[in-house]
Design a protein around this ligand. Structure first.
Ligand SMILES: Cc1cc2nc3c(=O)[nH]c(=O)nc-3n(C[C@H](O)[C@H](O)[C@H](O)COP(=O)(O)OP(=O)(O)OC[C@H]3O[C@@H](n4cnc5c(N)ncnc54)[C@H](O)[C@@H]3O)c2cc1C
Ligand code: SF4
Length: 492
């Protein structure tokens, strides 16, 4: 059987970054990626669902009692290809405030903002991250800031940190950038891995893995299918990096062979407190002659930490309006602003006069508990279950109180982008289903991302983040991947 030093499963932030550093450190690495490789020339500016589903895995629930719609990666480079570019270091407050009701911190003791800074320093140049200039902020960002200012003259927001170069603001970031203005994993990390001999094996979907049969062989065996044909590969070390939705199911499919796995696998699933709003601005806000909501990158390049210390959430505006915004409920009978129906002449007038000039989309991210778990269906695919949402609803209500109060005092009509009962069921920030902890009683992997009870088996991706961050997660996943590779290389 083929044998290498490290088999990595998945090629997003967790997989590609560990692959690059371990290969550069002299390890023989094979990355198994279920998706294909798409370069800039293969991308399109298309809103067709068929095209979007060729670059993003849209995960919908098979359980009608748990409606979810999550977005995750499915190409070489994972979700770095369609992502919206925001890369933040986790604020100190997130580490200090992320605690269970009994006071136990979610993060292992070793972690703090200061401790992670050296790993952020390594990842940022590789991902081309920079703070946008004021003249690069999308027009929707300007209106978002104006709304904050009208509410509270002391409210703050700052220029975002993005991995875009000289972006032209076409607004098709989630489809993949056809102008090559977004620095993805295909730009630096994956070429570094390949220069040092790592192989990215495409259309290789892993079913499960088995631990060493005896201490003499000492290797894990990974079972995967390529073009429908069953294959096996073994590695002294295995890193599971399938992303926030798929790593826990892979471990659960392997549970017969890994009986000592922590009971936390699949639990604590967290959508980073993402809660989305639409704001319809009053006519007096529309004083920018050239204003057009469709101009700008998907992320409007602003972030407000105004309520982070007091209430544990950030707010950030979207830029060029995504098609998904159109699908939200922009009609309501007897509403002072919205048309009565989402079709017909009233809706046409609304779309002509208000839609391109006075609508913004914005989202909260925050220190919220999760209220979902991931299990598996009999065929091994992910199955979502509900968990207690009391704490999540408390968080959501607090965010709503502030945002709706802002709407009331500024004349901005606020619409929740999903109905209240479905809050927390849509996101691209899919965290914590294999969370890290100091002890097996509290998590799935230790502070080094090694699976409790299984030496040389790691999970390294969004699912190890122990709790919501309140900011976008990709840079922190990158920092943790840098650290994981460093720890493995230090062991030899
Ligand atoms: C549209 C969109 C916009 C986003 N915008 C932002 C943003 O602005 N800022 C931010 O910080 N984050 C953003 N995110 C989230 C961010 O991209 C993810 O948090 C990040 O990519 C997670 O990295 P990962 O390594 O955990 O997983 P992924 O990047 O999802 O990579 C996992 C890889 O594993 C592969 N895989 C899964 N199962 C298997 C299997 N069984 N066998 C083999 N391969 C497998 C998948 O195909 C995928 O390529 C966005 C995501 C999306 C989809
Ligand atoms: S808005 Fe900028 S980063 Fe996004 S697709 Fe267009 S050019 Fe690329």
């Amino acid at each position: 059987m083929e044998q290498v030093d490290v088999v990595i499963i998945g090629s997003g932030y967790g997989g590609a970054i560990t692959a690059a550093r371990l290969a550069a450190g002299g390890k023989k690495v094979v990355v198994l990626e279920r998706g294909v490789r798409k370069g800039t020339a293969d991308l399109k500016q298309s809103d067709s669902l068929k095209y979007i589903e060729s670059v993003i895995d849209v995960v919908v629930s098979t359980n009608p009692a748990v409606p979810v719609s999550f977005r995750t990666g499915k190409l070489v480079g994972g979700a770095s290809i369609p992502m919206d570019g925001a890369h933040y270091r986790v604020p100190r407050t997130s580490f200090e405030r992320s605690k269970e009701a009994n006071g136990r911190p979610y993060w292992p003791e070793i972690y703090s903002r200061e401790y992670l800074n050296s790993y952020y320093d390594k990842a940022e140049p590789m991902l081309g991250i920079r703070q946008f200039e004021w003249n690069e902020i999308a027009k929707t960002g300007g209106l978002f800031a104006k709304m904050l200012h009208a509410y509270d003259a002391n409210a703050t927001c700052e220029r975002a940190r993005l991995n875009y170069t000289d972006c032209i603001g076409c607004g098709f970031c989630a489809q993949g950038c056809i102008y090559d203005k977004k620095v993805t994993l295909l730009h630096h990390y994956i070429p570094l891995a390949e220069q040092h001999g790592a192989e990215f094996r495409t259309e290789a979907e892993v079913d499960h893995l088995e631990p060493p049969k005896n201490s003499a062989t000492g290797v894990y065996t990974v079972f995967y299918k390529r073009n429908g044909a069953p294959q096996q590969i073994s590695g002294t070390r295995v890193i599971v990096a399938c992303g926030g939705v798929y790593s826990a199911p892979l471990l659960l499919r392997s549970k017969t062979y890994l009986p000592n796995l922590s009971g936390h696998v699949g639990e604590n699933f967290n959508n980073n407190g993402e809660h989305d709003f639409i704001g319809i601005l009053p006519p007096e806000f529309d004083d920018l002659n050239s204003y057009d909501c469709f101009k700008g990158s998907d992320n409007a390049a602003l972030m407000s930490f105004n309520w982070f210390e007091s209430d544990g959430f950030t707010l950030h505006p979207g830029g060029g309006l995504e098609a998904s915004v159109l699908a939200t409920k922009l009609s309501a009978v007897n509403h002072p602003v919205l048309p009565p129906r989402a079709w017909g002449m009233d809706y046409k007038r609304f779309a002509e006069t208000i839609y391109p000039h006075r609508i913004i989309a914005f989202s909260a991210l925050g220190l919220a508990d999760g209220h979902r778990a991931i299990a598996i269906n009999p065929d091994g695919t992910p199955k979502f279950d509900n968990r207690d949402r009391t704490a999540y609803d408390k968080y959501r209500n607090r965010v709503n109180d502030i945002v709706f109060d802002m709407g009331k005092k500024t004349g901005v009509t606020i619409v929740e982008a999903v109905p209240p009962e479905q809050a927390g069921t849509t996101s691209a920030h899919l965290l914590s289903a294999c969370r890290m902890a100091d002890k097996k009683e509290n998590g799935v992997v230790d502070a080094d991302c090694q699976v409790f009870g299984y030496e040389n088996l790691y999970v390294c991706d969004a699912s190890v983040l122990p709790y919501a961050l309140g900011v976008n997660p990709a840079l922190t996943i990158s920092a943790i991947a840098e650290r994981t590779a460093e720890q493995i290389l230090a062991q030899g």
